[in-house]
Write a protein that binds this ligand. Sequence first.
Ligand code: SAM
Ligand code: DTB
Ligand code: SF4
Length: 334
Amino acid sequence: MNEMNAPLNDDPAVRFDWTAEEALALFALPFADLIHRAQTLHRRYFDPNTVQMASLLSVKTGGCPEDCAYCPQAAQYDTGVDAAKLMDVDTVLAEAKRAKDAGATRYCMGAAWRSPKDKDLDAVCKMIEGVRGMGMEACATLGMLSPDQAKRLSDAGLDFYNHNLDTSESFYSEIISTRTYADRLNTLQAVRDAGIKVCCGGILGMGEAAQDRADMLVTLANLRPHPESVPINMLVQVEGTPLEDRDPLDPLDFVRTIAVAKIMMPSSTVRLSAGREEMSDELQALCFLAGAGSIFVGPKLLTTANPEQDRDAALFQRLGIHGEDIGPVSTDTL
Ligand code: SAM
Ligand code: DTB
Ligand code: SF4
């Protein structure tokens, strides 16, 4: 098993009763103390010099009916992203094979849907079966799911489902009006009930307050078990979206959020997700020090740019990081 499930865990550091005050107190720690604490907990579960590399493919791009204010794929914003139909299964599997040959061990497929139609799920299930048949783990992010849909994905062999809370419940309504925070939590529950591992995190730099970052982490860390993966995205400001001109977040507050996420969910993989294209190598190094154990690789995320693989390879070499698919290391070896 790659990422350890919290119920199997008797570590008192893996808790589900976090308060916003505790989270804010972590954010307020001196930077060195915060990073030290996060890195110490990270080492309890992960090899600190190994970073997992995940590949991402947009299998259905653009034309989305939702109004997520950050998203270049929302049909109502003029962002230059053209709407495309769901890719055919063979094309997706040919791409997946290329990723596998390049060393990927997990393949993530994203679709710009509010929720999938049952007919679309037929094709997505074939994609999942194909990816699993190549010996890779499969991950998907397709929008909201009903319990029946989650069950179908589980039966097809889906390992992970990505569905982000994105921000705190109180800031959420300023970012998305077409669905509720409760809708998001219901999908997460359906995914969990279907036996699929949960990948759930958020976006920073949308104009949220420190309290919102703390509240989002409290909601995530009080899910029982914790999401196995926690993607922390830095907003990619896309022209045409309502958030194109947001004041950028202090990069050290981004690092702090990764560290607090790691302290609150130490056995989970915290993923340094969108926004790396704009980050310096030094900022990414701080994120790894704060406990980020995974990145997306390849020149494109879903529609926006991501660092070229040679830049990542050079960064890993400078840092002595080994890039691979990782799981938690045994605590008795540390
Ligand atoms: N439509 C599905 C959904 O919303 O769940 C799946 C795809 S959606 C693009 C996946 C995630 O990408 C979003 O939840 C959000 O966290 C992230 N994302 C989208 N646009 C972003 C941006 N401009 N900057 C950072 N993260 C972004
Ligand atoms: C996540 O939290 N970040 C990834 C993945 N899950 C699917 C997506 C980031 C998308 C950034 C905007 C884009 O490229 O369209
Ligand atoms: Fe659609 Fe997902 Fe983008 Fe929201 S984040 S507009 S649901 S693709």
